[in-house]
Design a protein around this ligand. Structure first.
Ligand code: GUN
Ligand code: ZN
Length: 649
């Protein structure tokens, strides 16, 4: 099993890493396609790493095998020597040539054992390239062939195995192919999609990725064959693609086309030096057309590859920042077909929800589809549940949740009956006391920038008279605290906790709810997302109040001393837990007897825990007093193999 480790995430995208015999691959990664014949490869593999920062490559084992002098060198000295590259090399099997020429002249066994002999770091099973036009019966037959070959390959190979996921446009075949690939594959390589990308059928591509998703093992890396345009990287990453490969940088160069993250420019239309990337700085775009054809292709290929490398870096940054949806929407603005693909993504919101982070630092509107992001859909679904059995709500305009603003908003009428207020927000009407919750509280859209006069809807203020002698702000704090606890724990959990004498406190500076105390001290701090985060004491209280398995993650016996000493919980040391938790949620880490060890925040979703081989599942944020005795010195997990020798860079 591949030693995949997930470090950060957003959407279905994963900032991760896995070792290969020639170094670690950091995902999402672009593996440029290089020609095994050096004379036909305009940018030498070594330079792809040293100048463009792309540290892994893919090449065709089939072309190498078919071309006598290349085959001899590869057989004698290995694929790394042939390419003059000592980083990770993935090899492809020839299915693409089947697509391009209608046939391949090699058996699956021959091409697979060839990949092993030449020392490929990731060897690919020879799949049957399934065209989107094929009938279901034909696609099924092809799938069965691919799966049988994959099982055979696994039996003879202990190294990293890439298993293609085919199935054409048939969702049931895609999920079946993905499940069967997951049984034996380390890299699950979604294939048969080049025709979709060439025809800009991103909706169909989105359907394929959504269909395959339930079958894709979270412990394997997901590859997408043929994604090479920088415009598509954020989109594909959002769908959980860890590895991209493409020869587009070169193909576009040969057609004299310049790739940018927001589209493609034909060189002959370029009249202004509008790119100032490090290459264009030295040689303005307007000079490229004057170069002799061979030099021009190299210059264009370099420019295109640089754009790809930059975009991959930007995708990685966006995953860290929790802004990948925003980046994907911005890129989709570059082409209506990508917008259609994104619309298919938001319609398939259920695919995203299990791993959708509990909150993010911000929520910025990019376009018309921003309001359909999973964060909003989940919030609204949760809101519907929250409101069941409450109300009736009266409407009024929104006010900030600060003591000054709330002082004059009555929580009760003169007869003493409670009044529930709902206020308009960009995602719809929301109970006033919940308007600090993510995504409403951090929502940045054009709405706040419109002046009040632009608004056509009249303020729906209801005539409830506030008692001028009453300051309602303390009652609001009480209500907000209770509602937020109900929001997170359900009304039963909220009620049980509220019975423990909790008190909310506002920040003296911003007036916002910042902490919750109880008789034993500070129990929760409230973040920018409006959600209460338990301290160790808060964890103890939750643990005593909520019955097992609510909010629990159960820690394997071996890891108990580490976790209770404050170390993070590794994926392979998870024994189970509350399946309703999502990444970013606070959780109680307990041992097999439900004794509380620590309070943590999830990096992985519960269904991923134990299925991702390496790395952290839950980051510990608070733990009890150090247990008696010495804490073991070593982390319970060995380090990954070292990175490639820096002398080669
Ligand atoms: N390259 C582009 N598409 C494919 C595919 O479906 N299978 C394989 N093996 N390689 C590809
Ligand atoms: Zn440029």
């Amino acid at each position: 099993m591949v030693e995949f480790e997930l470090r950060e995430r957003d959407g279905l995208a994963r900032l991760g890493r896995f070792p290969t015999p020639h170094g670690v691959v950091e995902t999402p990664a672009l593996l440029p396609v290089v020609h095994p014949d050096r004379s036909r490869q305009p940018i030498p593999p070594k330079e792809i790493r040293s100048r463009f920062g792309l540290s892994a490559l893919i090449t065709s084992a089939y072309i190498t095998w078919r071309t006598e002098p290349l085959r001899a060198v590869a057989e004698a000295d290995g694929i790394h020597a042939l390419l003059d590259f000592d980083g990770p090399v993935m090899t492809d099997s020839g299915a693409f040539q089947q697509h391009a020429y209608g046939h391949v002249e090699v058996t699956d066994e021959a091409i697979f054992s060839f990949q092993r002999r030449i020392g490929s770091d990731i060897a690919t099973v020879l799949d049957v390239f399934t065209e989107p036009t094929w009938s279901e019966a034909r696609a099924l037959e092809a799938l069965e062939t691919t799966s049988a070959r994959a099982r055979k390959a696994r039996e003879m190979h202990h190294g990293l195995l890439a298993v293609p996921v085919q199935g054409g446009l048939y969702p049931s075949l895609r999920v079946r192919s993905a499940s069967e690939a997951s049984e034996v594959g380390d890299i699950l390589a979604v294939g048969g999609v080049v025709p979709l990308m060439e025809q800009y059928r991103f909706s169909d591509l989105a359907r394929v990725l959504i269909a395959a998703r339930p079958g894709l093992s979270p412990g394997a890396a997901v590859h997408l064959f043929g994604t090479g345009h920088p415009m598509t990287f954020a989109f594909a990453a959002l769908f959980g693609v860890d590895l991209f490969d493409s020869s587009s940088y070169l193909k576009f160069a040969r057609r004299e086309a310049l790739m940018f993250p927001d589209g493609t420019y034909p060189l002959d239309a370029v009249r202004e030096p509008f790119c100032r990337c490090s290459l264009c700085e030295r040689r303005p775009l307007t000079e490229l057309a004057k170069l002799p054809p061979e030099e021009r292709v190299v210059a264009l290929a370099e420019h295109n590859l640089l754009q790809c490398a930059q975009e991959i870096a930007l995708v990685r940054q966006a995953i860290r920042d929790g802004t990948l949806w925003e980046l994907a929407e911005r890129r989709a603005a570059g082409h209506p077909a990508l917008q259609a693909g994104l619309r298919t993504a938001v319609r398939g919101v259920r695919t995203f929800l299990p791993t959708e982070p509990e909150s993010r630092r911000s929520f910025r509107v990019v376009g018309a589809m921003s309001g359909l992001r999973p964060a909003v859909i989940r919030f609204l679904a949760h809101l519907e549940k929250f409101k069941a059995g409450r109300g009736p709500y009266k409407e009024r305009s929104r006010v900030p949740l600060t003591p000054e603003a709330l002082a004059h908003v009555p929580t009760h009428d003169r007869s003493g009956a409670a009044i529930a207020w709902e206020v308009p927000t960009p995602v719809g009407r929301v109970p006033l006391e919940l308007t600090e919750l993510y995504p409403v509280g951090v929502y940045l859209g054009p709405e706040p920038f419109e002046s009040a006069a632009d608004r056509t809807d009249p303020s729906p203020e209801e005539p409830v008279e506030a008692d001028p002698d009453t300051d309602y702000s303390a009652r609001w704090t009480e209500r907000q605290l209770r509602s937020v606890l109900d929001w997170v724990l359900g009304s039963e959990g909220g009620a049980a906790l509220a019975a423990k004498g909790l008190e909310g406190h506002r920040s003296p500076r911003t007036g916002r709810l910042r902490s919750v105390t109880g008789p034993s001290g500070i129990l929760f701090s409230v973040g920018n997302d409006g959600l209460p985060r338990p301290t160790w004491r808060g964890g103890e209280l939750l643990h005593a109040t909520l019955p097992f398995p609510a909010r629990r993650i159960v820690v394997d016996e071996d890891a108990v001393p580490f976790v209770s000493g404050g170390r993070s919980l590794f994926s392979r040391h998870v024994r189970g837990g509350d399946s309703s938790l999502v990444p970013g949620a606070s959780a109680l880490l307990v041992d097999g007897q439900d004794r509380l060890l620590a309070v943590g925040r999830l990096l992985l979703a519960p269904p991923e825990m134990g299925r991702i081989a390496r790395g952290v599942a839950v980051r510990v944020v608070a733990h009890g007093a150090r247990p008696e005795g010495e804490l073991p010195e070593e982390e319970p997990e060995a380090l990954v193999p070292p990175a490639p020798d820096p002398r080669d860079l």
